[in-house]
Design a protein around this ligand. Structure first.
Ligand SMILES: NC(=O)C1=CN([C@@H]2O[C@H](COP(=O)(O)OP(=O)(O)OC[C@H]3O[C@@H](n4cnc5c(N)ncnc54)[C@H](OP(=O)(O)O)[C@@H]3O)[C@@H](O)[C@H]2O)[C@H](O)CC1
Ligand SMILES: [K+]
Length: 209
């Protein structure tokens, strides 16, 4: 079992890029592998909420949204840390514009939306390996809302509020039922406190060593 810290992930990602795979392709591989597994579990078109931060963890969610909508899913996308995204997340946000089945909802509208709309799947791409420090209040509020909502709770790489390197768990951590991690497990995935908030953990190949 491969277990990589955030720094080791960055090093292996760079090795893959040096060997000819672009960062963009790595993100496509991550979102693509997660979407493929989800589609095997839910072959019928369903309705998903994709909650994104501003980094590449959210970018993985945006790739998933595109691939799920291509299979007839309806995906609502929300950005909880503003609209200034990482370059790769922005590229994948643009790819969603004008696609049937994709709607963008404002972060302010999320509580009302969750009260009136039942989602089959909640995909959380707020923070991954780039997370450090404490959860911002807006993110903690969002995680509480998501935790109280129906629908399969899916975390990308790690549930937001779980530090992948240290295993520290915030009180308002997203409580996932399924965690898709990419390239390798992260230290928190094999710690008891971390495992308790990840649900089933599926490690997906994205083309790094
Ligand atoms: N490593 C790989 O091979 C691949 C990784 N993928 C996915 O990308 C994420 C990691 O993406 P990254 O952009 O590095 O980081 P995150 O998306 O987790 O978040 C970074 C942004 O979050 C901000 N941040 C961090 N901590 C806080 C905090 N406490 N409060 C507020 N904001 C925070 C940070 O901003 P800074 O200003 O602090 O720098 C970043 O903007 C990985 O987990 C995978 O899901 C690829 O898609 C595939 C290859
Ligand atoms: K996440």
């Amino acid at each position: 079992m491969k277990v990589y810290t955030a720094a080791q992930m960055r090093a292996h990602e760079q090795m893959a890029v040096d060997a000819g795979t672009s960062f963009e392709q790595l993100m496509e591989n991550a979102g693509g592998a997660a979407a493929a597994d989800l589609l095997r579990r839910h072959p019928e078109p369903a309705r998903a909420l994709v909650v994104c931060g501003k980094g590449n963890n959210g970018g993985d969610g945006l790739v998933m949204a595109r691939l799920l909508q291509a299979e007839g899913w309806r995906c609502d996308v929300v950005f909880v840390l503003g609209s200034e995204l990482s370059p790769l997340a922005e590229t994948n946000r643009r790819r969603l514009l004008n696609l049937a089945g994709i709607s963008f909802i404002g972060a302010q509208a999320l509580p009302g939306q969750l009260a009136q709309q039942r989602y089959d799947v909640l995909i959380e791409g707020i923070f991954g390996t780039g997370f450090a420090g404490r959860l911002p209040a807006a993110v903690a509020d969002c995680c509480r809302l998501l935790n109280a909502s129906d629908g399969l709770k899916v975390a990308l790489d790690m549930p937001t509020g779980l530090n992948g390197d240290t295993g520290d768990v915030d009180a308002d951590v997203f409580r996932a039922e399924l965690t898709y991690t990419f390239g390798a497990y992260k230290p928190a995935h094999i710690m008891d406190a971390g495992r308790a908030v990840c649900g089933e953990i599926v490690c997906l190949d994205i083309g790094i060593q």
